[in-house]
Write a protein that binds this ligand. Structure first.
Ligand code: OSB
Ligand code: MG
Length: 368
């Protein structure tokens, strides 16, 4: 296929509720939708994930725009591509900037699947007909409020509850949650809020049979994560530390992790995500699909990826209505009894809702 034209749309949407982590609070989600066209008029869609501020990784909305517009699109426009795996190779002269790369690569994957009259899940080699999902709950104003919110999502059927922790909002809160919900599959995500100096506190988490603790230490601390894992029974899951399959290999060899959170955006696209999935499967390490508070296009990509067989644990892909008054795709994504049904249509299997997209659009640039 020849990449004939691209349309980069810039959107801003407001989430129903602020999402609070150990780094701060966000309610505005500004992002890009990239639509790519082939020579026959087929089109594929990708969504960018970086936030306005660089608290999660170093990328931002503005760096995404700079990379996509000034470096990545010129590498692809009017080029012939036979398979989306070629895109990450074409992008190798550009260091990191994984979220920008994943936006473009995701659109090419959707286009490729549509051309081949396959669902994106099929094109990736996925098998599942429905996927099991959990929910990620941001830091709440009080433990009482948190208990209420958790109760609500258990009632809705979500298969696992993830709560955010930070120093001062950890052991006591987890203890109260465990007392209230003794059997619910529960995990905690620290977004790098601790150091090895906190080891005695982190060891106390072993009393609450958590499924795992996600990214307790800094993103470049895989040596310290290995030291911590030796003293913890609770499995460590790495999120921010993992940018590539090479990072996964090193973390597993060091003993820094027992579970991997795969985010398509963080690892630079679906091709690398699939490599990580395959490598972990070979090593007996389960994976699950993380989230970046995506709108519908990004969520649809997550669903397709999660159909691969080693996605053994529920991911963070909640239903559209959890975050949005209205999503940018139709139909919207719905969770029933903790499952999302994988769409059978070609590509991502959801239609971009142009009326909604145009309502939230700030501007757009066409490249041809
Ligand atoms: O650490 O997984 C994370 C949201 C923003 C940035 C980082 C993370 C998260 C979440 C929520 O936990 C994921 C989602 O529901 O999309
Ligand atoms: Mg995380």
């Amino acid at each position: 296929m020849i990449i004939k034209k691209m349309n980069l749309r810039h959107l801003k949407m407001t989430m129903k509720n602020p999402f609070v982590t150990s780094f701060g609070s966000m309610q505005e989600k500004e992002f890009f939708l990239l639509e790519v066209f082939d020579e026959d008029g087929n089109s594929g869609w990708g969504e960018s994930a970086a936030f306005q501020a660089p608290w999660y990784t170093e990328e931002t909305v503005q760096t995404t725009l700079h990379m996509i517009r000034d470096f990545l699109i010129p590498l692809l426009l009017n080029k012939e591509i036979n398979h989306p795996d070629e895109v990450s190779e074409i992008f190798t002269p550009i260091r990191k900037n994984n979220m920008a790369k994943a936006t473009v690569e995701g659109a090419i994957w959707d286009l490729y699947a549509k051309r081949n009259k396959q669902s994106l899940a099929q094109a990736l080699g996925g098998v599942a007909k429905k996927i099991e999902v959990g929910i990620s709950i941001g830091i709440q104003t009080s433990t009482e409020k948190l208990l209420e919110v958790v109760h609500h999502y258990i009632e809705e059927g979500y298969k696992r509850i993830k709560v955010k922790i930070r120093p001062g909002y950890d052991i006591e809160m987890i203890q109260k949650l465990r007392d209230a919900f003794p059997h619910v599959p529960l995990m905690a995500d620290a977004n790098s809020a601790y150091t090895l100096d906190d080891i005695e506190l982190l060891k106390k988490l072993d009393d609450y049979h958590l499924l795992m603790i996600e990214q307790p230490l800094a993103s470049d601390d895989i040596v310290d994560h290995a030291k911590l894992q030796k003293q913890l029974n609770t499995p460590i899951c790495l999120d921010e530390s993992i940018l590539s399959v090479e990072d996964v290999r090193k973390a597993i060899e060091l003993g820094s992790t027992k579970v991997i959170n795969i985010k398509i955006a963080r690892v630079g696209g679906l091709t690398e995500a699939k490599k990580i999935h395959d490598y972990c499967m070979e090593k007996g390490i389960p994976v699950w699909c993380g989230g970046m508070l995506e709108a519908g296009i990004g969520r649809a990509h997550n669903i397709a990826l999660t159909t691969l067989p080693n996605f053994a644990l529920p991911g963070d892909t909640a239903g559209s209505s959890h975050y949005w008054e209205e999503d940018i795709i139709s139909p919207e994504i719905v969770v029933v009894d903790g499952y999302i049904e994988v769409p059978k249509g070609y590509g991502i299997g959801f239609e971009p809702n142009m009326e909604v997209i145009e309502r939230y659009m700030l501007d757009s640039i066409v490249f041809e």
